[in-house]
Design a protein around this ligand. Structure first.
Ligand SMILES: Nc1ncnc2c1ncn2[C@@H]1O[C@H](COP(=O)(O)OP(=O)(O)OP(=O)(O)O)[C@@H](O)[C@H]1O
Ligand SMILES: [Mg+2]
Length: 301
């Protein structure tokens, strides 16, 4: 296994071994995050490989991946811990039924002890005894609200939590932390300051061709190149939702499943829904003269 902490090149190699092709900038910032033990904040459009980078890093490190998917309204009870109310009730009823519910203090102690604690991803990440520290992915942080972001900021500074009924839990082996954002809103300066930051762009053409070849085994070289070029061209158009690498991969798989070895206007027209997910975008691309766009994607090869 390549030691990712030895150099940016080693990071690149380790990621490549796990089918993730990072450019120099991304490999360098990930190397620094690993070396300095800082969280890495990845911003970028949909489907550029933000989530995947965290997953692949966990694989490459041989670490457990702990994922916290953020959403509007997420709170501490969903992210950190909660009490198993139903189990607690059952426990009390059982004690009552068997006539053991007398020593009030002891019962409370039991009720709010580890047995009834529901561990959520953040507690899992802090209170871990993994041999290799886990990778904590806090995905799509921009969907969570301000209070949750403030809470995370605190958590990421001291890596400890206090559960009033149990006490303070300190992290022995800090996880490698990734945060991702689609930038539906700006994150707070304070959070950004705590992290290393990277804007993940769409890949350059050559890299995207390589990614398709790695992710779609057996793809004809010509099809990979033409599809990547065509999607690259779509990204220069003013679309509601720009296609990411994920779409290039899905589309190439669709074309392959149809037995295609290169682009043709008919097949592009028939499968464009794998690339563009908005009706208006489909209309716009068709109006822009699909046949010509396909020719352009093929011409320069
Ligand atoms: N650099 C890369 N090398 C190899 N595969 C990649 C790369 N970037 C993206 N992919 C592929 O694209 C897919 C989508 O990437 P991912 O889900 O990580 O995007 P994302 O940036 O998290 O998007 P979203 O913002 O929609 O969550 C991955 O499953 C992977 O197959
Ligand atoms: Mg993602």
């Amino acid at each position: 296994m390549t030691d990712m902490r030895s150099s940016p090149d080693a990071v690149s190699r380790a990621l490549t071994e796990h089918s993730y092709l990072a450019d120099r900038g991304l490999a360098t910032v990930l190397y620094l995050a690993l070396r300095l033990g800082k969280p890495l904040l990845l911003e970028g459009e949909a489907g550029v490989g933000k989530t995947e980078l965290a997953k692949v890093t966990a694989e490459a490190l041989g670490a457990r991946l702990i994922r916290l998917q953020c959403y509007e309204g997420i709170d501490v009870a969903h992210a950190l811990y909660d009490w198993a109310y139903a189990k607690q009730m059952l426990y009390i009823r059982t004690l009552e039924a068997t006539g053991q519910a007398k020593g009030g203090g002891d019962v409370l102690h039991d009720l709010f002890g580890p047995q009834f604690l529901e561990r959520r991803p953040l507690l899992d990440a802090i209170d871990n005894d993994d041999l290799v520290p886990p990778v904590l992915l806090i995905d799509e942080i921009d969907r969570a609200d301000d209070e949750f972001e403030a809470f995370l900021l605190e958590l990421l500074s001291d890596f400890q939590v206090t559960i009033p009924e149990i006490g303070t839990i300190t992290c022995e082996a800090r996880p490698v932390v990734f945060l991702t954002s689609n930038r539906t809103r700006e994150l707070h300066e304070a959070l950004k300051r705590r992290c290393l930051y990277m804007w993940v762009p769409h890949p350059e053409l050559e890299r995207e061709i390589q990614i398709v070849r790695v992710r779609v085994p057996g793809v004809p070289e010509r099809l990979a190149a033409e599809a990547a070029r065509f999607v690259g061209r779509l990204r220069t158009m003013d679309l509601a939702k720009t296609p990411g690498i994920a779409e290039t991969i899905d589309w190439t798989q669709a074309l392959m499943a149809l037995g295609e070895e290169e682009l043709s206007a008919d097949m592009v027209d028939a499968t464009l829904g794998s690339v563009l997910k908005y009706h208006e975008d489909l209309e716009k691309v068709r109006d822009a003269d699909l046949a010509r766009l396909v020719e352009e994607a093929k011409a320069t090869l």
